[in-house]
Ligand binder design. Structure first.
Ligand SMILES: O=C(O)CCC(=O)C(=O)O
Ligand SMILES: [Fe+2]
Length: 339
């Protein structure tokens, strides 16, 4: 039975300049925690947005036995939790019983996705590298779609041991605010060109001069503003990915010199290196039962390497749509067939 008395407290996230840490009363089980959030979504969302779109909850273990709790919790953040079976997502990466859950795992049948170790693996002072370009893989989810999802919810069903398989997060509102005024002026009105990985428009393909294949209209590159105004708070945030989700043939930045050695690339990389400065980043080392919610409109994240031969890692993700902002109002979804 849900505990009607259960409520939550949200304080700062230890080890980060942004984000919040959610506590539920001692002994509240996952069901009670989800019910508490459902009972007062306004306070929960207010704290989420005030803390720049990142919250961590621990001990939500019951989601592993009842994954529908993850979908229930996700609904707090918007009217539509994506059904991955309605997309081109490979079935082996979708939870067999809950089509709203994307399985991010190296355990079959999921397609393993293990990031490379950074080179060198640690920084000079022995820390985990977070800053681009030493750290690669920073992105915001599905930015190659218009509109892209507002929110992702990420659950550690089976994380690997601490010290590997972390997820890194960065604060796009804080990073934008800290840009020098001349850079803010320079990027005003500019748009990045985003495209899905594996579409033949990568930095490597552009460098090798491999002509990109024709794309289905649903996979066409999409323009997104470099600075996005948050539809809830009105705050400006950087909105970009590093190489993996940008179009290196027409972009990465619309209207600027194209390709990996062009002025567009130089600007993108300068912004990405600033965005992932340790001042704006948080390293999350997962415990089983951890639940993170992040706002794709104003944060980016990156997975880190883990020893996939030794450890099984299984994470569950949902994505929530519903409020991309005025810029996207009334738009047809770019990733669906036109009919
Ligand atoms: O595996 C991770 O830590 C992050 C994966 C990721 O980027 C995602 O599922 O959106
Ligand atoms: Fe992601």
């Amino acid at each position: 039975m849900p505990d009607a008395q259960a409520t939550f407290r949200i304080g700062p996230l230890p080890g980060a300049s942004f984000g919040g840490f959610v506590e539920f009363p001692e002994g509240a089980d996952t069901e009670a925690a989800v019910a508490a959030v459902e009972a007062d979504p306004a306070s929960f969302l207010r704290a989420f947005y005030a803390r720049h779109g990142f919250l961590l909850m621990k001990g939500m273990h019951a989601i592993s036995d009842d994954p529908s709790l993850l979908v229930r919790f996700s609904r707090v953040f918007g009217p539509e939790v994506e059904d991955y079976t309605q997309t081109t997502t490979a079935r082996n990466n979708i939870h067999p019983d809950v089509p709203e859950i994307l399985v991010v795992s190296n355990v079959p049948p999921a397609t393993p996705r293990v990031p490379a170790l950074p080179d060198p693996p640690l920084t000079g002072d022995g820390r985990l590298p977070v800053q681009f370009p030493h750290r690669r893989g920073w992105h915001t989810d599905q930015s190659y779609r218009r509109p892209s999802p507002d929110i992702s919810v990420f659950y550690a069903e089976t994380p690997c041991p601490k010290g590997q398989g972390q997820t890194l997060y960065a604060d796009g509102i804080g990073a934008y605010a800290a840009l020098p005024d001349d850079m803010k002026r320079r990027i005003e009105g500019l748009a990045g060109i985003h495209v899905g990985p594996g579409r033949g428009r990568s930095e490597q393909a552009a460098r090798a001069g491999t002509p990109p294949p024709p794309l289905d209209a649903r996979d066409a590159p999409q323009r997104q503003p470099l600075v996005r105004t948050h539809p809830v708070t009105g705050e400006p945030a950087l909105f970009l990915c590093e190489a993996g989700q940008m179009d290196w043939f027409e972009g990465p930045i619309a209207g600027m010199e194209k390709g990996p050695d062009g002025d567009g690339a130089k600007l993108l990389y300068a912004l990405m290196s600033h965005y992932t400065d340790p001042r704006f980043t948080y390293v999350h080392d997962w415990d089983p039962g951890d639940l993170v919610v992040y706002d794709n409109r104003c944060t980016i994240h990156a997975a880190t390497w883990f020893d996939a031969d030794r450890y099984r890692r299984r994470m569950w993700r949902t994505t929530v749509f519903g409020n991309p902002g005025a810029l996207y109002a009334g738009e047809r979804r770019s990733w669906l067939a036109a009919s």
